[in-house]
Write a protein that binds this ligand. Sequence first.
Ligand SMILES: O=C(O)COP(=O)(O)O
Ligand SMILES: [Mg+2]
Length: 225
Amino acid sequence: MAADDWPKAVLFDLDGTLVDSAPDLHAALNETLESYGEPPFTLEAVTRMIGGGVPKLIERAYAALDKELDPAVRDRIVERFLKIYEPRSTELTTLYSRASEVTRSLKAEGRAIGVVTNKPGEATGQILRHFGLSDLMDVVVGGDAGPAKKPEPGLLFLACETLGLEPADVLFVGDSENDVKAAQAAGIKVVVVIGGYTTLSPEQLGADGAVDSLSGVQAMFEALR
Ligand SMILES: O=C(O)COP(=O)(O)O
Ligand SMILES: [Mg+2]
């Protein structure tokens, strides 16, 4: 592979990386909690609960309320949350600056692009369609695709398989510890966009690189090759 062919594909995390979905997740979580007679959380608090997928979001919310959930109850709450969230997953959600330009520019360079998120596939598809990114994607893997969610590497492996690429051909761009751990377990280089939904610093995250915004991703390629 010619040096500037790398990476052959750039995969992106969704929440906290391509889109700021926290306001819709916050609204849907509070509506869900209210229906069970529980108090609401601030946007700030919910933002820190995002990134592990919906079951984790529900678990973290109840843990913050000092309540233990058995898995069957959690699953019922997850179902109710999704009924509330899915029809309104694009009401308050915004695309991060340059997300459209950067993904289009990577495609124009002949690279494959994709999304690998812990968010369920249905809402992921709605959000990507809403922002006109759906047709651009060579692969979209949601948290309910089958393999265990990030920080496990399975969703990333599935994306690589779908693209017919080796992990070493790919770069992952994410915002959180789960993204870094999943990529490292998959043997995929990973860059974090600072300012996503983690409280950890880039050093604590231990990624191969960190950028202030998505527009810095392409400038990292040479250093990472
Ligand atoms: O927590 C979620 O639902 C999704 O988070 P991710 O897009 O950052 O993987
Ligand atoms: Mg994320």
